[in-house]
Ligand binder design. Structure first.
Ligand SMILES: [Zn+2]
Length: 272
């Protein structure tokens, strides 16, 4: 995967070099799968496992970027967004002559699906409160609540890795998923606990926040609101995105002095 600077107001564009450069703009993409990772589709192409990259681009402030890929899947790296954050910081950003638009939530909304819940409330910045509950396992119940500033994201959220239970791995593989999965790119939890060393005691819930930010990036602009999620996941996040896309659910606002951001031109060619 390579990231290139892109013109103002263009948003995120995926380019499949292996498919003669067929492209898909994030604004036009549909979520076609949201079980273990988020897969986007449109104009006859798919791109999968986009959420960790999209989260890093969003919170690090990259509005316009071309994501050039040589296959259908964004590299999983170490299962977190830390490698993307590191490289975006190394590349540096510059401001473009276009006002950045934000999506501001007007009224609280709440979605409940099979004991899972997600809500969003008006706020002047993005804040996430997330609770997960895996009773009878090492993970148990974990809660986190943070305002998602760039620094907080880079230090406290981006390094949190994806996770799964050992008994799930066989099931995933039988469905053709996680074929490249290993302890190098996921936390695997067995009856005794995690098989690898944790980066944070509550790394699991932190990763859910990362996934949520990536899934909200499908809105195409930063969101201002307080998201409260309880036992949610990609598919519940996708319901929230759908709800926010309904007319009247949120309004587009501009904040003075904040322009769109793009990678420094020197970034062109940096590979992941
Ligand atoms: Zn994830």
């Amino acid at each position: 995967m390579r990231l290139h600077p892109s013109r103002r107001d263009s948003g995120v564009t995926f380019v499949r070099r292996d498919l003669s450069g067929a492209s898909l703009r994030l604004k036009k993409a549909k979520v076609i799968r949201a079980d273990h990772a988020t897969t986007l589709s449109g104009k006859g192409i798919t791109v999968s496992t986009v959420e960790h990259l999209l989260a890093a681009l969003r919170v690090m402030g990259v509005d316009n970027v071309i994501v050039e890929m040589d296959g259908p899947e964004v590299p999983i790296m170490d299962g977190s967004a830390a490698p993307f954050v590191y490289l975006l910081k190394e590349a540096g950003l510059r401001r473009q002559a276009a006002a950045r638009r934000y999506l501001a939530v007007r009224e609280s909304m709440e979605i409940r699906i099979d004991g899972r819940e997600i809500a969003i409330h008006p706020a002047d910045r993005l804040r996430v409160s997330y609770t997960i509950d895996f009773p009878g396992t090492f993970i148990g119940r974990q809660t986190i609540s943070r305002s998602l500033h760039r620094h907080v994201f880079a230090e406290e959220i981006a390094p949190a890795r994806t996770f799964c239970f050992l008994q799930e791995v066989a099931a995933l593989r039988s469905r053709g998923l996680a074929l490249g999965g290993s302890l190098d790119n996921a936390i695997v939890v067995d009856e005794d606990g995690p098989m690898n060393r944790l980066r944070f005691p509550d790394e699991f819930v932190r990763h859910k926040v990362l996934d949520l930010i990536g899934d909200l990036a499908l809105l195409g602009m930063p969101i201002l609101g307080h998201v409260v999620a309880m036992k949610a996941g990609h598919s519940v996040h996708a319901h929230l995105v759908d709800a926010l896309r309904q007319p009247g659910a949120a309004e587009v606002v501009v904040r003075s002095g904040l322009g769109e951001m793009v990678l420094q031109p020197a970034m062109a060619g940096a590979s992941f």
